[in-house]
Write a protein that binds this ligand. Structure first.
Ligand code: SAH
Ligand code: SF4
Length: 424
């Protein structure tokens, strides 16, 4: 989501005559796009601001800004104090950045952290910063109304709003015409996309109808809202990728209640069963949190057992980090000792390594269509790409290039990568 936002910011700045550079020495304006989801994300930014002090000494007129969720959360605190940045802009204020930058160039400080109920940057064409020219993110909605008790997103990114479907389809079509072969539709909870009478399944259908050669992915699905209607649309269009990211957070119904996730373990497993029914070859991945408020050994064991029962292909796994302003920070004590959180997280990671490897081993000898994304990091005679299930496959280049679809048989794997050969 932040990569997508950065591409919007670059577009807004370019319209005002600024030029993007990835050489920091050359920059007159440095904008740091930030995340507040866990404390360590914010700590990295403080570290970055410390590093930037030497650039400021070297170039006295340099403008430094913090944008995104940390800007929204800390507001004027960021222009005060030892770091004293020049600009603070929240996620809904990016159109105002050129004005804020000009003010800072004139020696002032600029803050805009107003949240909007409408801003979707719908008609702004993001400037694509990724270099592969094959896959791109397309934001379809902003904000979140779910208020999971541990989560800062509803406070930093504001209320949920959906972008006009025509602008989404035309952005995806332009990407396809420019050689892109994969779009990922982005939102905090894509299943609740609603613009007029267009819901998410219909939006997916419209984007996937652009061309059978355009792969469509999406993230993230909230388990409470993933519908049979969506799964039917997916099953009917082979270019909608067989991959669903379905964050469970925990395998324990009592814990899910404290997290305010609005589903039970049984509901979650029923949704997984529905996915397997409609899309037998679908990859399923997840997010898990270890050590949330009051987590008992039994609740932790339930998370491990859910992981085994689903057999996730991949997971993002986190230690609970208390975030200021959330319901949990106010009402649910952060009472699992740090060593216990770490221990549980390492158990979760160890199990997922096993499950991920088992999932890769199941693919050996099977055939997949791979979309080539680049040259392998280790060997330039090899290409790397992804299956519809979102797994990375490395294979001999043959006559192929980035952006080609290649049919590949899997010949071996490591826990993280599949190796294959082209089927000729
Ligand atoms: N909207 C997405 C998640 C976005 S945040 C969804 O609900 O699925 C990405 C992930 O960060 C979450 O799924 C959760 O696992 C993790 N996360 C969010 N808040 C956290 C916190 N306070 N501590 C640790 N992990 C957190
Ligand atoms: Fe955070 Fe929950 Fe919204 Fe995801 S659905 S962004 S975890 S509040």
């Amino acid at each position: 989501m932040n990569v997508g936002d950065t591409e919007i910011v670059v577009s807004v700045m370019q319209q005002e005559g600024y030029v993007y550079t990835d050489n920091i020495e050359e920059a007159d304006v440095i904008l740091i796009n930030t995340c507040s989801i866990r404390d360590n994300a914010e700590q990295r930014i403080w570290g970055r601001l410390t590093d930037l002090k030497r650039y400021r000494r070297a170039k006295p007129g340099l403008v430094i800004g913090i944008i995104g969720c940390m800007a929204e959360r800390l507001k004027e605190k960021l222009v005060e104090g030892p770091y004293g940045v020049d600009i603070v802009s929240g996620p809904d204020a990016y159109r105002d950045l050129p004005r804020l930058v000009r003010g800072a160039e004139a020696g002032g400080k600029g803050i805009n952290v107003l949240l909007s109920t409408e801003e979707t940057y719908a008609e702004i064409a993001p400037v694509r910063l990724d270099r592969n020219g094959v896959s791109a993110f397309v934001a379809i909605m902003r904000g979140c109304n779910n208020f999971c008790s541990y989560c800062v997103v509803p406070y930093t990114r504001g209320r949920e709003r959906s972008r006009d479907p025509q602008t989404i389809v035309s952005e995806a079509r332009t990407l396809f015409e420019n050689g892109y072969r994969e779009v990922t539709l982005l939102g905090q909870n894509v299943n609740s996309y609603k613009a007029g009478d267009v819901g998410f399944p219909e939006l997916m259908q419209r984007v996937a109808a652009i061309s059978p050669l355009l792969r469509v992915r999406f993230a993230t699905s909230h388990p409470k809202d993933i519908s049979d209607g969506l799964l039917e649309v997916m099953a009917s269009m082979p270019n909608i990728c067989r991959a669903i990211h379905l964050p469970a957070q925990s395998g324990s119904t009592s814990m899910l209640g404290r997290m305010n996730r609005k589903y039970t373990r049984e509901w979650y497993l029923d949704r997984v069963a529905a996915i397997r029914r409609y899309l037998p070859d679908c990859g399923i991945t997840t997010d898990l949190i270890a050590g949330f408020s009051g987590e008992t050994e039994e609740e932790h064991a339930q998370t491990l057992s859910l992981m085994r029962e689903v057999g996730y292909d991949f997971a993002f796994m986190f230690k609970y980090s208390e975030r200021p302003g959330t319901y949990a920070e106010k009402h649910l004590p952060d009472d699992v000792p740090d060593e216990v959180k770490s221990q549980r997280l390492s158990e979760i990671i160890a199990l997922q390594n096993e499950l991920g490897h088992a999932s890769n081993l199941r693919d050996v000898d099977s055939e997949f269509e791979v979309l080539v994304e680049g040259t392998s990091k280790r060997d330039k005679n090899q290409l790397s790409g992804r299956t519809s299930q979102n797994k990375v496959v490395v294979f001999d280049r043959g006559g192929h290039n980035v952006g080609d679809y290649v049919r590949v048989r899997i010949t071996g794997c490591t826990p993280a990568t599949l190796f294959g050969e082209e089927i000729v």
